[in-house]
Design a protein around this ligand. Structure first.
Ligand code: FAD
Length: 522
């Protein structure tokens, strides 16, 4: 039996679901948010993985979160405190000095690099201008290709923003947008460490290697964090990334959102092509005029709604979204700080990267093409307990590492090879921090298949489906459904699977709320 009727039910309390629910409640909608897990946050939660040790379970650094959302939802008033801001990115090296990029971004290396600083500055300045164009698109609901005034105006504005870059920049943006990052970096820079780290930035969270087309675009996606309207730096919330979602949750509740955790939605109900509510795992049916799903597009449309409610061509397009993730997570509880060779204490607080050159990143990416894991993976490391004492007992530390590439399905099966992969990652870490293995007291490895199971993300994919120029803006998650509204009336998506994609940004959630509210207007 359908019980209470809400204006909107949000399925999933990831950060985007929380943002979306909040904006709807602020517009005086009666909103219920149902989260399957026992806590909110999804892939941006803080969890315990060993007695006394906690870690940001998937996302471990915040760089894309939109500052206007922080301000509008008053997250500071709801307990959000940053334990670190403007963290540097540090390229580890076995043969040479480490190289680091501060948040300005200023490049520093422990040795003379003829002309490289100038080249780097020029490249970053240009790419930041391009990322600003993207950032502007990111904060808006994408237009449709139809002859309605609002859509035409949005398309003209998008073209104008590119034109406003000036002739040289415009030509350059159009030239490089579909290119691969390896060619761009080889054209512009000389230093292998620098190129390796930037190439890794471009492919983080994707299944692409740096020589794959589209990787300049995926780099620009990350560089949106440098656009003038963004925060600009790499940040870490006190209490781990989950603390950001806790603040979002408190803000949403203050705005009137009712949040239920441990409430898995089993199906989205509809009648005559119109959503009527949801059925929860315990059998309860809850009615609502609109259902907004923070789950990924395949789970929402094929599992929760069901293909029978959709036309065949649309179902085919949803099935075609590549969903297999490649990023694994390794968490280490350590009883003392390891020494990363050549890294000073200030740098150790930052983001340490193992991607010594472009070929190394490319070779790591090759493995997944054959259903294998990268024996020499690219790794992003943080030791958040250096600035956040809530994560580990006194004197002890937590090391959190994103490891690429780990296939969703290992050809030989993960069962017997899970520990072997964890050992292999630790061996690579030990090449840069030889004393690390002796300090490990506990370890946890999350493969894409584990991430799928724990956080309900199909394929364990960072972006809820691959991101690329062909799956961006008006084409995300599929053409004809890029405006958050799905073909069934009253059903919307609000997660990373829609525009502008993954990363802890909050923009998909806010844009989706705008799309929902636009349909409510007469
Ligand atoms: C290994 C890894 C590392 C990452 N590192 C970073 C990083 O450092 N920085 C960064 O910015 N991004 C990072 N990301 C990406 C980022 O975590 C995600 O893009 C982002 O968290 C997605 O947020 P979301 O709110 O759209 O979805 P999710 O976080 O996936 O939330 C969806 C929510 O819906 C719930 N749900 C699903 N199905 C149901 C159902 N049927 N009923 C009820 N609830 C349901 C889930 O439990 C979940 O809470 C990383 C991703 C991965 C996989």
């Amino acid at each position: 039996m359908k019980s209470v009727r809400y204006d909107a039910i949000v399925v999933g309390g990831g950060h985007n679901g929380l943002v979306c629910a909040n904006y709807l409640a602020r517009a005086r909608q009666r909103v219920l948010l149902l989260e399957a897990a026992d806590q909110v946050g999804g892939a941006a939660a803080t969890e315990s993985f060993a007695p006394g040790f906690r870690v940001s379970s998937c996302a471990h650094l915040v760089y894309l979160f939109d500052p206007s959302i922080s301000a509008e939802l008053k997250l500071a008033d709801h307990g959000l405190v940053w334990s670190a801001v403007d963290l540097p990115s540090v390229a580890l090296s076995q043969e040479r000095a480490v190289l680091s990029i501060s948040s300005d971004p200023t490049l520093s290396a422990g040795e003379w690099m003829s002309g490289e600083h100038k080249r780097f500055d020029a490249l970053m300045a240009r790419m930041t201008r391009f990322a600003s164009v993207l950032q502007n698109l990111y904060t808006r609901v994408p237009p449709r290709l139809r002859n309605r005034r609002g859509d035409i105006v949005a398309l003209v504005q998008a073209a104008w923003r590119i034109r406003r870059l000036g002739r040289d920049d415009m030509r350059e943006l159009l030239r490089i947008a579909g290119m691969n990052i390896a060619d761009l970096l080889d054209d512009e820079l000389n230093d292998d460490r620098l190129k390796g780290m930037l190439a890794f930035d471009a492919v983080l969270g994707t299944r692409l290697g740096p020589r794959a087309p589209n990787t300049v675009f995926t780099w620009l996606h990350r560089l949106v964090s440098r656009a003038p309207a963004a925060h600009g730096g790499i940040m870490h919330p006190l209490g781990g990334v989950g603390a950001l979602c806790d603040a979002l949750s408190r803000s949403a509740q203050a705005a009137g959102v009712e949040i239920r955790t441990g409430a898995r939605v089993e199906s989205i109900m509809c009648d005559a092509d119109r959503v009527t509510g949801v059925r929860v795992a315990d059998g309860e049916e809850i009615g609502a005029r609109q259902v907004i799903s923070n789950a990924d597009p395949q789970q929402t449309l094929l599992s929760l709604l069901g293909a029978r409610e959709l036309d065949t061509e649309f179902v085919r397009r949803v099935r075609d979204v590549p969903m297999a993730g490649t990023a694994a997570k390794l968490h280490l509880a350590i009883d003392d700080l390891p020494t990363f060779v050549g890294v000073d204490p200030e740098q150790a607080r930052g983001r340490l990267v193992i991607a010594p050159n472009i070929d190394y990143v490319e070779r790591a990416s090759n493995a997944i093409k054959y259903g294998e894991y990268a024996p020499q993976p690219v790794i992003e490391i943080t030791i958040p307990s250096l600035h956040d004492s809530t994560l580990a007992p006194p004197g002890k530390h937590v090391l959190s590492a994103i490891v690429q590439y780990a296939p969703y399905t290992l050809r030989a099966g993960w069962g017997a090879h899970r520990d072997e992969f964890a050992d292999c990652v630790i061996a690579v870490l030990a090449e840069y921090a030889p004393d690390l293995p002796d300090k490990i007291v506990e370890r946890q490895l999350l493969l894409p298949v584990d991430i799928e199971q724990r956080y309900g993300m199909t394929g364990g994919h960072w972006h809820h489906g691959e991101l690329g120029l062909e799956r961006f803006w008006m084409w995300r998650p599929t053409p004809g459904a890029a405006q958050y509204q799905m073909p069934v009336e009253g059903l919307f998506l609000c997660g990373a699977g829609c525009h502008p994609g993954g990363g802890v940004m909050g923009l998909a959630g806010r844009n989706a709320a705008r799309a929902v509210l636009a349909t409510a207007r007469p």
